[in-house]
Design a binder for this molecule. Sequence first.
Ligand code: NDP
Length: 520
Amino acid sequence: MGSLDSFNPATGELIGSVATVEPADVQTAVDDVARVQPFWGELALADRGRYLRRTAEILAGDLEEVTRLLTSEQGKPITEAHTMEVVPTIDALHWIAEEGPEILADQQVKMGGGLFLGKRATHSFEPLGVIAVIAPWNYPWSIPFGEVAIALMAGNGVVLKPSELTPLVGDRIRVAFEKAGVPEGLVRVLQGDGEVGKALVESSVRKVFFTGSVATGYSVGAACAARMKGAVLELGGKDPAIVCADADLGNAIDGIAWAGFANSGQTCSGVERVYAVSDVADRFVSGIAAKAKGLAVGDPQSWTTEIGPMVSAEQAAIVTDLIDDAVASGAELVCGGPVEVPGSPGSHIAPAVLTGVTHEMRIMREEIFGPVVPIVVVADEAEALRLANDSEFGLGASVWTRSRPKGERIGRQLDSGMVWINDHAYTHAAVQCAWGGVKDSGLGRSHSRFGFYECAEVKTMTWNSSRARDFWWHPYDETLGRAVRASSGLLYGGEESRVKVLRDGGGSLLRTGARTIRGR
Ligand code: NDP
């Protein structure tokens, strides 16, 4: 067993260490969770819900400690540690505990009055067993937390592999559930590098919730497919924001600045491209540049800081390279870029606004994952839509307009898993809404009732009275053949065919019907 050190990205200080596992030991850990899970899976849904409500209650009391830890390890401003990470998960626990039992309750299937008259059928939602959650560093609390909570509500055990950059936050998720009495060993955290994640995917876990880069997502998806198990893949994004001519510009500027710069832009569903219709483009550019210049870059532990450090020097270098490439290709950097913050050895990037960018530039095609908003001026909304859809990504998109019908019309044509009108990205915090993308942004959905279904095996169970036998059972003979033809005509044919059917096949129908009654 080795160890992994965790450093504060703002101060460079060592804030803690965790023990790591060897890839060869991952299967044993999964087996350990599999031994605890059956007990949990047997609990009534309402009882599992009680544990989750208790987790919420304890977490509300631990809010200050958890948010401080998050900001120390990941670097996001303390306000965002509250608004974008921990408080939404407390809210999520309540929704999961409240709605989970209804979503996962057995469902009676309407069998109808046709071929299956008299049959009874039920869909039930069985736990999968052990689910793997592989998490990124950008929202190291809220992304895995919601997935773990829904997996638990559905009766599963969980093995969580946090990012190497945020191991302490990952482990704190386990502690949150255990403090509420969730059986020890039901949520297991495995620390280590990508090889540990790979071993987890290749282990006997029944499903993998993976959030991370597109390249790793493809390899995780392929490894799961080869083992006949499912994967929910939440990958990168290149979210467009379309600013229509009738947008409320003040609102669009504030909202897009928040969605582009929050968490220093290290958000998979952050605004990464703006298409502003020419009528309003100048006012939009000057408004968002003024807003960007006014945001406070600094110590993330301060309530007034709006932009913290980048998570690492490597991440800052990727963003700076993309800005430099755009400028070298003819774009104008209106404001922002790398800055020094007195007293902090961390890597800081002040919110950047770029104009004069073209569709071909790398900054408009690759994921930036930094506080940069590139703006393209378009003639009209049709051009915006065409450019927005011309991307390998399809996570989220926003439309800024005063007209709801117009926003919805554009929204339906956007190739993305989520569309927000006059807002952006916030529904990750609203666990009742489905989360996920199309194209290279991923596969499957987390959160919402669809996230529950991803954590369950849907089982069909039917009931037959043993006093009736099915008409399609042996023996096969002409009477049965004529009866089947007749019933098809009766059930699905038009008025004319019904009369003919009764005339030609009525007798066979009656004889076959009689044969279905046992004892004749
Ligand atoms: P990575 O893909 O590098 O890593 C994600 C997680 O997978 C980490 O825990 C990592 O471990 C682990 N991992 C690495 N290699 C493997 C492997 N071969 N098999 C299994 N697991 C592996 O992404 P980042 O952590 O760098 O996250 C940034 C990316 O994630 C961005 O592209 C971003 O857009 C995307 N993202 C998408 C979100 C969404 O909801 N769609 C949300 C957040 C991020 P380790 O850290 O030890 O390498």
